[in-house]
Design a protein around this ligand. Sequence first.
Ligand SMILES: C[S@@+](CC[C@H](N)C(=O)[O-])C[C@H]1O[C@@H](n2cnc3c(N)ncnc32)[C@H](O)[C@@H]1O
Length: 440
Amino acid sequence: MATGITKKNWKEDTQIITDELFHNGFDYEINYKGKTPSKELTNLEPTQDYNRIFGNNSDNLLFNGDNLDVLKHLIHRTDLKGKIKLVYIDPPYGTNSVFHSRSQKSSYKDDLVGSHFIEYIRRRLILLRELLSEDGSIYVHLDNNMAFEIKVIMDEVFGAKNFKGFISRKKCSNKNYTKNTFGNISDYILFYSKTENYVWNRATISWTEEKMKKEYPCIDEETGRRYKKVPIHAPGIRNGETGKPWRGKMPPEGKHWQYLPSKLDAFDAKGEIYWSSTGNPRRKVFFNKDKGVAVQDIWTDVQDSVNQNIKITGYPTEKNPNLIERIIEASSNENDYVLDCFAGSGTTLDVAKQLNRKWIGVDNSSEAIRHIFKRFFNGLKEMGNFVDKNISKNGVDQMKLFEPKTEYNSDSSKSRDFDFFADSRFEEEAHGIYEEFREE
Ligand SMILES: C[S@@+](CC[C@H](N)C(=O)[O-])C[C@H]1O[C@@H](n2cnc3c(N)ncnc32)[C@H](O)[C@@H]1O
């Protein structure tokens, strides 16, 4: 693997572009017909064009309507503007397709393409930026249709310097039928922060025995601890102490010692230097189970529903909760607001709730809202059970977001059993949706 020479080791004749110039001096943007000036978007008057809100108007909110209208409303709410710690969106991908649920109900269309798609996403990103807190982050999930165009748009909206990662995810199992090309099993998540100072909880996964043995192949004779050997030199010539011999040995040509001789002596005294049979020193880095394995930007362990035992709602393009969990844990803390304005079956809302975050969800598809309710009240079903309409109610997970204290009594319009619905205008309607699912 080749890495560039660090800036401080550049020779004097190297042309140096400052970080400021690198990020701001060579701006470019995509232009297309219909691109609205961003000021016009943030100055939009709030509307009430979304259809319904379910929620108690403070912590957790679910809107049914076009998210552009809902976002216009939210940026005028002083209790929410600049307060959202994390946005995760999984919008249509510009695939020109129509999606049905597992029970064959029409769920949503993905029919905006080209510049129409770009402008549709851009308008929402501009409003989402207003909602994010200064230490907030946004993750945008796309596939190879539009990820690269939207990357340029996100550089424009959030600033290229706030680009934090381009995550490639293995979305499904390998394909045998590959249409004369490589099997398409990846999608992508673009990660941006609002500023340089953003919430980041180091994402790790636990060590497996196999991985530990591979990464830390050596065993220290004295202590029995596992370790790996790493070089103690780095590229670049130095004239100071790190460029001089240590224990009679010069650093390799064109390199310098990474540490001062006094520090290297200290490592050696603690038994942390490995000496090869030819007298070459390396540093011993010992295995520390507690640190976990840092998550990299290729995710192969969070595919969507891969077998009949996985539990889902049955909404098309429903994401794996473990994927969302990784994002929420890395980029927010308990009691923070998490927003998903392409909520679908409500995976983000469900995981946010389980991780003690406040959540705001939006979707304009009534089928999506039905699936969110289904998830909230009935939990998830094993994928294989979608063919069986007579599944026992006890056969599903009981992870409930709305926590009804007792069963809803449709005879009593005054029933307040569902705490969630502080706004009584929607309580009855929500119960209607719930009843529909009970009958399915
Ligand atoms: C890819 S799905 C999201 C799936 C979701 N991540 C899940 O785990 O279930 C995209 C969702 O965006 C919704 N959607 C598309 N355009 C929208 C808009 N303008 N306003 C609100 N929702 C929209 C669709 O109805 C669909 O449910």
